[in-house]
Design a protein around this ligand. Structure first.
Ligand SMILES: Cc1cc2nc3c(=O)[nH]c(=O)nc-3n(C[C@H](O)[C@H](O)[C@H](O)COP(=O)(O)O)c2cc1C
Length: 206
């Protein structure tokens, strides 16, 4: 089985997390073949090539950093352009190595894959660094020691779930959203905007 690993990473943290996930899955099922696609480079290729070709995989692992509480627009744009036929009915495990508040990345990715009729399985979300210049570069095992080890405990059960689905050993269930993304998505609904408009009119009226 060929699994496409699509990564949006500038300073290497999400690439590191993608490597951890692939290592875990390889232990569960040595037959898996992984192909990494670095979305940053692909975006450049897309812009310069007229005949850019997307790759069709049996399943996907997709992750990126948090950019001002959401998935980076260039990542969403690349995934939006991914042919629906290559994603339809395929299992997708998502991940996000962030700097303290992963924001709505899970929500953004899962909604996008639902629109493509893919099957989001679960989301691995780990704080890799603090949001300060100079602290955003854990690149090797030694530097990664600064990351709380217990956060990595979620990788194993989520990879087991993903592996069970790929091996047809479990029924598919749409993953639960954590409170953060649910609150984030509520803050952008027309209902919330209407409530804030009414409240601001009420309190600014003379
Ligand atoms: C423009 C920009 C905005 C960011 N916004 C957030 C944010 O809202 N929340 C957060 O936790 N981290 C934020 N970060 C930090 C990155 O998500 C974090 O450093 C991540 O681990 C980087 O992943 P990478 O090494 O794969 O590029 C931001 C980083 C940049 C460059």
């Amino acid at each position: 089985m060929k699994i496409g690993v699509l990564i949006g990473s500038f300073t290497g943290n999400n690439k590191h997390l993608a490597d951890v996930i692939q290592k875990e899955l390889k232990q569960l099922q040595p037959d898996y073949q992984f192909e990494e696609i670095m979305i940053n480079q692909e975006t450049n290729k897309q812009l310069t090539s007229k005949n850019y070709q997307y790759s069709n995989f049996d399943a996907y692992i997709v992750g990126c950093f948090t950019d001002c509480l959401v998935a980076p627009p260039y990542v969403l744009s690349y995934l939006n352009n991914y042919p629906q036929a290559f994603l339809k009915n395929k299992y997708v495990l998502t991940f996000n190595a962030h700097g303290g508040d992963g924001g709505s990345v899970q929500h953004n990715l899962h909604q996008l894959f639902l629109r493509k009729e893919a099957k989001p399985v679960s989301h691995i979300k780990i704080k890799y660094c603090n949001n300060y210049i100079g602290l955003t570069y854990p690149k090797n095992e030694l530097e990664v020691q600064g990351i709380k080890r217990d956060q990595f405990a979620q990788v194993h059960p989520k990879c087991v779930l993903y592996n069970n689905l790929l091996q047809n050993k479990a029924p598919y269930v749409f993953p639960k959203q954590s409170c953060g993304p649910r609150l984030g998505s509520f803050l952008t609904t027309p209902l919330f905007k209407k409530i804030t408009n009414v409240m601001s009119m009420k309190y600014t009226r003379k």
